[in-house]
Design a protein around this ligand. Structure first.
Ligand code: IPE
Ligand code: IPE
Ligand code: MG
Length: 245
C-alpha cells in the first residue's frame, strides 16, 4: 500500500471497491475567484493547480480512468477574454505537464470537437497524447469543447456514413462510435460547487453513474474531498435496474 492508499483506508475508503472510472465536473472557479476579489481567470489558474493534485491523487489511489470537464461546447458563450484565457491555460498546461505525466505513467486522451479548437492547442494535444500513448497507468481524459449531445450527434453521423442499416443499429454499435469507445462508462461523476446537474457531460455514458456533489468549489477541492466522494459512492446501492438484497 502506498501512502495515499494508507491515508484513504484510514479515512474509510474501501480499496477493494474503488470506482474504475471517475468523471469530474470541475465547477466553481469563477465563484471562488469572485469571493476572493479576483477576476474569473485567476480562479481557472487555481483550478489547474487543483487538477494537478487531483490527477496524481487518483492515480496513486488506484483509479484507472479519470475524465475531467475542462471546457464545454456551451462555454463559448462566455466573454472573449475568458474563452481566450482558458484556451491558453489549457494549451500551456498540456505542454508543461507532459514530463509529469511521463514520470507518473499517465496516458492522456482528449474528447470533444477538437477541430474547432485553436490550431496550436490541437498541436499541443497531439504531442501530449502521442508522447503518453504507451503509458500503462491511469488514463486521463480532458473533455474540451465537449458536449454530450454533440457527441451523440457525431456518433449518429458516423453510423449513417458507415452505412449500417437502421434495424441493425443497437447500443453496442452506437457506443463504438462515441469519442473514446475504449474507455469504460464512468461509475461515478463528482461535481464541485453544489449544482446538481450534468451540464451536458457524458450524458450517454453516465446513464448508470452515481452523482456525487460537493459544496466546495473546484479550487478548494482537497484530497479529503476525493476520499469523501469515493466513500459516498461506496455507500450507494447500485442496482442497474434490477433488484438487490
Ligand atoms: C468551471 O468553473 C470551469 C469552467 C467552466 C471552464 P466556472 O467558470 O463555471 O465557475 P462558476 O460556476 O462561474 O463559479
Ligand atoms: C460545466 O460547468 C462545464 C465545465 C465544468 C467545463 P458550467 O459552469 O459551464 O455549467 P452550468 O452553466 O452551471 O450548467
Ligand atoms: Mg460554472
Amino acid at each position: 500500500m502506498n501512502p495515499i492508499q494508507t491515508k484513504a483506508k484510514a479515512a474509510g475508503v474501501n480499496l477493494d471497491r474503488l470506482p474504475v472510472h471517475i468523471g469530474m465536473i470541475m465547477d466553481g472557479n469563477g465563484r471562488f475567484a469572485k469571493a476572493q476579489g479576483f477576476a474569473r481567470l485567476w480562479g481557472h489558474h487555481k483550478g489547474y493547480k487543483t487538477l494537478r493534485t487531483a490527477l496524481l491523487d487518483c492515480s496513486d489511489l488506484g483509479i484507472r480512468y479519470l475524465t475531467v470537464y475542462a471546457f464545454s461546447s456551451e462555454n463559448w458563450r462566455r466573454s472573449d477574454d475568458e474563452v481566450a484565457g482558458l484556451m491558453q491555460l489549457i494549451e500551456k498546461s498540456t505542454r508543461d505537464e507532459v514530463p509529469t505525466m511521463m514520470r507518473n505513467n499517465v496516458r492522456l486522451k482528449v474528447a470533444g470537437r477538437l477541430k474547432e479548437l485553436p490550431a496550436s492547442l490541437q498541436e499541443a494535444f497531439q504531442f501530449a497524447v502521442e508522447t503518453t500513448a504507451a503509458n500503462t497507468g491511469i488514463t486521463f481524459t480532458l473533455a474540451v469543447n465537449y458536449g454530450g449531445r454533440a457527441e451523440i450527434v457525431d456518433a449518429v453521423r458516423d453510423l449513417i456514413k458507415s452505412g449500417v442499416p437502421a434495424d441493425e443499429v443497437d447500443e453496442a454499435c452506437l457506443s463504438r462510435k462515441m469519442y473514446l469507445p475504449e474507455v469504460p462508462d464512468p461509475d461515478m461523476i463528482l461535481r464541485t460547487a453544489g449544482e446538481m446537474r450534468w451540464s451536458n457531460f457524458l450524458i450517454y455514458q453516465a446513464a448508470y453513474a452515481e452523482l456525487v456533489v460537493t459544496d466546495t468549489t473546484w479550487p478548494e477541492f482537497k484530497q479529503e474531498d476525493l476520499f469523501a466522494g469515493v466513500i459516498e459512492y461506496q455507500s450507494r446501492l447500485r442496482k442497474f435496474g434490477g433488484v438487490t438484497g
